[in-house]
Design a protein around this ligand. Sequence first.
Ligand SMILES: [Zn+2]
Length: 449
Amino acid sequence: MVSSLAALRGPAVTLVDDPFAQASRACLQYHEDALVLIEDGTIRAFGPYAELRDTVPDGITPEHFPGHLLAPGFIDTHVHYPQLQMIGAFGAQLLEWLDTYTFPAEMSFADAAHAERVAKLFLRELLRAGTTTAMVYCTVHPHSVEAFFAESERFNTRMIAGKVLMDRNAPSPLLDTAQRGHDESLALIERWHGRGRQLYCVTPRFAPTSTDAQLEAAAALLKSRDGLFLQTHLCENPGEVEWVRELFPARSSYLDVYAHAGLVRPRSMFGHAVHMHEHDFCTCHQTGAGLAHCPTSNLFLGSGLFKLFEATDPRRPVKVGLGTDVGAGTSLSQLQTLNEAYKVAALAGHKLDAVQGFYLATLGSARALGFDDRLGRLAPGHEADICVLDPHATPLMAFRAGYCASIEELLFMLMTLGDDRAVRATYVAGQRVYDRDRAGDPFHLPDAA
Ligand SMILES: [Zn+2]
């Protein structure tokens, strides 16, 4: 087989370690003029262009992005693709929001053609935002998962997704049973988990919509194959926390409901975790479970303020990733999500610096997913999922960039003013699948592997 080679050149930035555990400056790698050499979808070399130029094989001309920033593709650790049609819906907190907007939207996914339409749009909007990996909730309908993975496979994106499990406290068209949810999930696992770059995530929506029997079935599913993920919601809203206390009176906390069922483990990702006690953070630290910080959603629904700097306390650090939580979140852009994460931290008296911010959106999310050996960095051996950021995307950004005296200032400007307009191009496994400036359709399905 002939290997496929590609090379990118330009200013480049990547995280190399955890800036919540050590000085930010030591965690950021920046090259003013870098080369990324890619072979068969994997980064083979990354470093200063002057040092690596001679390694570029004859016949390969690096795609050059002067004035831009090459960066690892963003990772979104919590998002609902069926909720695109209700993003920005007015006036409700979590439980009323589910009844008024979420469940009706998800019921429309009984129509497989609708699921396919939305999956196509969703994948493209992620790529437009520079996001190359996401952990995604589908609906209770198995064909919603089918539609999502099929579209992801076309783009060859590394995606993690699963069928929502709900066997109580939701409209009957959206309910499965513990047994049916198990069997449908298992069939999807057998069909999709590890096929190409697709990975399966066991997905009980949250404790109030699953019986003990269903949570136990979810734990059994996690044992069915190696490398499966789990996603669910945790401690998002005070009314929800109180409801869980009523539904599970024997459990010591909301997280204990999941721990008791055997669901708190590495590769488990709990969305929100706004109303957590120290004991819960300790449990996450000890088990290696991750938390998805979803600031635009928490602000939009009035859920509360995630305690980022408590969660990441170096004395017992919890792995934290960044999530958009669309449709309660208000943007698929991780730059805009960081804009709000900064403000949420500021309200608690902390300063989220740009290095910490970009860590959350890339390497930190990869670590929370247990995937940092191949995602979230520009480094040899990592999968070549790369976004090209444009610090001059708008007249205001271009003007402001002229006053940035350091790479940290430029990154902070990007995470404050940037959004999908600041993503010039997105590469998936070394192939350019999105080009903002391409005339006509900016999306391009990769050549068949
Ligand atoms: Zn959610």
